[in-house]
Structure formats: structure tokens, C-alpha cells
Design a binder for this molecule. Structure first.
Ligand code: AMP
Ligand code: MG
Length: 339
């Protein structure tokens, strides 16, 4: 059962640094007297952004923060389906009538999404957008059965046609709609980390909602990254010691409402158009955030057994899933905490 206190689990492949290397790192950092950690929080994509950046001075920190926020803002401007003028909204409006040329960024994210759809046999499907439009989680509005039946007919990643030469995207069915909510935040975090790498930053944490990526270590030690408790606000279910890795959590507590004892939330079975039950939280560790983000949504949809089985076939990927009874399940690359 889920432990309310923090639980530390160790990842076999990310062992703590040896004491000798740790000491060297501490000495190196203490030689540069101005270097220190800089923090920034912001709100983009309706999501809390948090950054910790190890910079050599205030000016490098300010540049790093500005560049990073700009990269994340640009992603949001392009990929939000709530912004009528975003590139994604225009694609959704026009892609049935003719093949639409898309930016490199949108091309990469849609391409990766299709790769994930094939890997998960359709559990991850960005054309679920048409179904998502029928729900209103803020107004607690559910689609009628008729609306759902009509919407799911338009969900099919195979009817999304990409032409690599022309970099165009086309819908084969009228009324199709793409939603990148399960992958775009991960892409944005990767963009932020790329920007930090370009500026020569070696140690940082960038978080956008449930998506975090770590650059290097934290003062020569692992970072400690918490997984939210799915049923207790402001509590952590556990903490993981990590470095140089991305971690994403998908939860049924992010956008939801409860009606007649039933929880309706934002992670959807593309075939039925209904919220997934049986899983309450799915966390994925991966080398980059876009993969971690897409896979956390995917394994949530696949469920505990199929989700973990998929993760066990993938190299450099691990997962922690919490079922609706509060039991925690681990992929085979992780060492569960001793009880
Ligand atoms: P995340 O919090 O990363 O798991 O993303 C959840 C978001 O992914 C939802 O708010 C939707 O925008 C989108 N989504 C929901 N169900 C699916 C699905 N089956 N495949 C792809 N995206 C989905
Ligand atoms: Mg996701």
C-alpha cells in the first residue's frame, strides 16, 4: 500500500557518485566564489514552471532564465490547442482540406507522437483531441453517449499522414483534431535544457507541471525528485535520487471532477473515449523529457500490467505506477524500497 511518508528508492543505473568524485566537485564549486544556485518560478501553458540553475554569476543566471522561459513560451504559442492562433489550431482547422506545411518543432512532436502510437498500439494517440474537446473539466461537463460515439470515430493516428519530403501533415477524415497535452510539455522542457546546454550550464533542474529534467547533479549528489501523492495534496508519495535524466508523472488528479462517485479525468482511452480507471499515477524515467512525457501518458492508458511490460522491453526507461488501491508497482530496472 502507498506509504504516506517519503520513501527513497534507488535506481540501479544511477548510483551515487564515489566519495572521491563528490569531493572534487565540491572543491571545484567552492573555488568559484560567485557561482551559486539561482531559482525561478513562472506560469506557462497553465502550468507551474520551476527552475534551479547553477550559474557562474547573476548575469549568466539571468540570461539562462530568460532563454529558457523564451524557449518554453515559444512551444506553448505553437502547440496549445486553446490558443486560436497557434500553429496547432491552424493545423486542426485546415489539415483535412489540404496537406499543411508545419514548423520543424511541430513536425518533431507530431512525428514522435506517431512513433509512440505505433509503440503502444494506439494507447497514445494525439488524435484523441476530438474526444477531449467534448469534456469540460472546469465546468464539470461530460459528453453525451452520442457525442462520445461520434467523437471516437474520428480518433485514429493512422489517418494522420505525414510527408517527410514536404514536411506536411494531413488528416484523412473530416473533424479530426490533434491534442499535444500528453507530449508538448516534455518537448518544452527538452527545449529549455538544450538552451541551458548551449549556454554552458552544467547543473540544472527544469520542471513544467509533472515533467522534470535534470542536468548534472546537485552539489555533487543526486537530486531528490518527489512523486506527488495522488490523493493527498502537497504530499509526496515517494522521492527518487536521480541525476541527468528526465522524469514525468501522469495522474488522474490533475484535471478531473467527481460525479456520482465516479472520477472523470483527462487521460482517455482512445477507443472508448472514456477516462482510464485502475491507475491513478504513472511515472516514467527516460533520457529525455519528450519520451518520458509521452510514455507516462501511454503507460497510464495501457494499465499496470501492459504498461510495465512495455517499459521492460525498452532500454534506459523505467516506470513506477500506482494502482487505484494505492499499491505501487515498479518496472524491473528499479529496486523497490525495502518495506
Ligand atoms: P499527461 O499529463 O502528460 O499525462 O497528459 C495528459 C494530457 O494528454 C491530457 O490532458 C490530454 O491533453 C492528452 N491525452 C489524454 N489522453 C491521451 C491519449 N490516450 N493519448 C495521447 N494524449 C492523450
Ligand atoms: Mg504525458
Amino acid at each position: 500500500m502507498l506509504n504516506f511518508c517519503q520513501t527513497i528508492i534507488k535506481k540501479r543505473r544511477w548510483q551515487a557518485l564515489s566519495p572521491v568524485i563528490t569531493l572534487c566537485l565540491l572543491l571545484l564549486s567552492s573555488q568559484n566564489t560567485q557561482a551559486q544556485w539561482y531559482q525561478k518560478t513562472a506560469s506557462i501553458m497553465g502550468t507551474n514552471i520551476e527552475m534551479d540553475i547553477w550559474a557562474k554569476d547573476q548575469s549568466q543566471a539571468e540570461q539562462a532564465i530568460a532563454t529558457t522561459l523564451m524557449a518554453m513560451n515559444q512551444t506553448n504559442q505553437m502547440m496549445s490547442r486553446y490558443k486560436p492562433n497557434s500553429e496547432l489550431s491552424q493545423l486542426n482547422q485546415m489539415a483535412f482540406t489540404k496537406p499543411m506545411v508545419v514548423s520543424d518543432a511541430l513536425w518533431d512532436v507530431i512525428g514522435k507522437s506517431l512513433e509512440m502510437s505505433r509503440l503502444t498500439q494506439g494507447a497514445f494517440d494525439i488524435t484523441t483531441g476530438v474526444v477531449l474537446k467534448t469534456y469540460d473539466f472546469k465546468k464539470r461537463r461530460l459528453p453525451s453517449t452520442r457525442q462520445l460515439l461520434d467523437a471516437v470515430k474520428k480518433v485514429n493516428y493512422r489517418q494522420l499522414v505525414l510527408n517527410p519530403e514536404a514536411k506536411t501533415v494531413q488528416f484523412l477524415q473530416q473533424g479530426m483534431s490533434i491534442d499535444l497535452g500528453g507530449i508538448a510539455k516534455g518537448y518544452a522542457v527538452d527545449q529549455a535544457i538544450n538552451a541551458l546546454n548551449t549556454l554552458g550550464i552544467k547543473h540544472a533542474r527544469v520542471t513544467a507541471g509533472g515533467d522534470t529534467r535534470l542536468l548534472g547533479d546537485y552539489n555533487g549528489r543526486d537530486w531528490s525528485v518527489g512523486i506527488k501523492h495522488p490523493r493527498a495534496k502537497n504530499k509526496m508519495a515517494m522521492a527518487l535520487p536521480l541525476r541527468d535524466v528526465a522524469i514525468s508523472t501522469s495522474g488522474d488528479y490533475e484535471r478531473y471532477f467527481i460525479q456520482r462517485g465516479q472520477r472523470y479525468h483527462h487521460i482517455i482511452n482512445p477507443q472508448s473515449g472514456r477516462s482510464i480507471s485502475g491507475v491513478v499515477s504513472a511515472t516514467v524515467l527516460a533520457p529525455d523529457s519528450m519520451t518520458a512525457d509521452a510514455l507516462s501518458t501511454s503507460v497510464f492508458v495501457l494499465g499496470i500490467k501492459k504498461g510495465l511490460a512495455l517499459v521492460d522491453t525498452l532500454s534506459d526507461i523505467d516506470a513506477i505506477m500506482i494502482d487505484s488501491k494505492g499499491k505501487v508497482h515498479y518496472s524491473s530496472g528499479l529496486q523497490p524500497p525495502s518495506q
